[in-house]
Write a protein that binds this ligand. Structure first.
Ligand code: G6P
Length: 369
């Protein structure tokens, strides 16, 4: 059994550590020689077809839905097409505005999630095209879609998704670059810059994984809390949601993700010394604003764990613990900041003695509505 897990105690930990390789595999073969173009061989949509879509839906469940929320930021910014992100179990009950000029991007690790498959069929019935981001080759969702971008994460056994999520983010980034070129929103120079950053990602993830020991000791400190609040802003807000979901799934601790700027409209009432607040705060345009949210938490006795690529004294003085991650472009930062959140949930769950790989009441793939 230990051999199956590659010497790791749990599949989840093995899969967390496989991320640099899984991401390298997801990028491999998808960049041209000049490194200024993305190649998506199984998309089955010509540049002309792609350029004609005027509406894009992203539809998924669970962790894959969180990837979709990041996808919206990527596609709207890089391809300048407006994107709506839907939870699959909601999508088909609200008469979605799908027609021949609509592309639906469904995201599913397993390719078998019943609600996501039903959303795909709904899009087809309304005359739209569907592209799947999927990890399982020849799964139902991959087969029924017009085109597919496979994440090459390899089999994911742990019920809590880790490497499938970060490879979905990479697939979305590749798609956003491709669509940005097709829609003439990105120059070759911009594409080259983005691709250069992408190619550094596996190495940077390895660096982020080196935080493991520090995270384990912080997890020991915070494992007894009964609630956690996760804050992030912009493309890090979905990462806060995903961090909170991961903690709930495997440690059974209640956790909530919130956009940092919205804290003052509710969650601030919860802050006291018993509510640890995990803040994803990379050095970007909203950095100062998020740090000031952290100061508001501290002023009310809250404890803060922050995740950042910024080593400033204001960050350290506003935090009880800082997980210092390597820096990368803002568009790719969510891939990096995901890693310490996965490790934090993992270690808390191990300390609590839960069944990390098969948490109660959850299934790896939900094939019923
Ligand atoms: C289940 C799993 C989650 C997963 C979700 C969607 O709830 O436990 O980890 O994110 O289904 O699964 P999919 O295979 O469609 O990505």
């Amino acid at each position: 059994m230990m051999a199956e897990k590659g010497g790791y105690r749990h599949f989840m930990l093995k899969e967390i550590h496989e991320q640099p390789r899984a991401i390298a595999d997801t990028i491999a073969g998808r960049i041209n020689e000049d490194k200024d173009r993305v190649l998506l061989h199984d998309l089955n949509l010509s540049d002309d077809q792609l350029a004609q879509f005027d509406r894009l839906y992203i539809v998924a469940c669970g962790t894959s839905w969180h990837a979709g929320l990041v996808g919206k930021f990527l596609i709207e910014k890089l391809a300048r097409l407006s994107v709506e992100v839907d939870i699959a179990s909601e999508f088909r009950y609200r008469q979605p505005l799908v027609n021949e000029r609509t592309l639906t991007l469904v995201i599913s690790q397993s390719g078998e999630t019943a609600d996501t498959l039903a959303a795909l069929r709904e899009s087809h019935e309304r005359g739209g095209k569907v592209v799947a981001i999927c990890n399982v080759v020849e799964s139902s969702i991959a087969r029924e879609s017009d085109g597919v971008i496979y994440t090459h994460a390899g089999p994911e056994i742990g019920v809590a998704s880790t490497k499938a999520f970060t490879t979905q983010l990479v697939a979305l980034f590749l798609f956003a670059l491709h669509l940005g070129r097709v829609r003439t929103m990105l120059s070759s120079e911009q594409l080259r810059e983005q691709i250069q950053a992408l190619l550094t990602l596996p190495r940077k993830l390895e660096q982020a994984l080196e935080l493991d020991e520090q995270i384990e000791s912080v997890a020991r400190q915070f494992m007894h809390a009964s609630d956690f609040l996760y804050l992030g802003r912009g493309n890090q807000y979905p990462i806060a949601l995903e961090g909170a979901l991961k903690l709930k799934e495997i440690s059974y601790i209640h956790a909530e993700g919130y956009p940092a700027g919205e804290m003052k409209h509710g969650p601030i009432a919860l802050i006291d010394e018993n509510l640890p607040v995990v803040v994803v705060v990379p050095k970007n345009d909203t950095y100062e604003k998020v740090v000031s949210n952290m100061e508001e938490v501290r002023a009310r006795g809250g404890q803060i764990i922050s995740i950042s690529d910024c080593d400033s004294s204001d960050l350290h003085s506003a935090s009880d613990a800082v997980f210092a991650v390597p820096t990368i472009s803002d568009d790719l930062m969510p891939v990096i900041t995901s890693v310490p959140l996965q490790l934090l949930s993992y270690h808390i769950a191990v300390f609590k003695g839960t069944d990390v790989d098969q948490p109660r009441n959850l299934a790896k793939s939900v094939t019923v509505e």
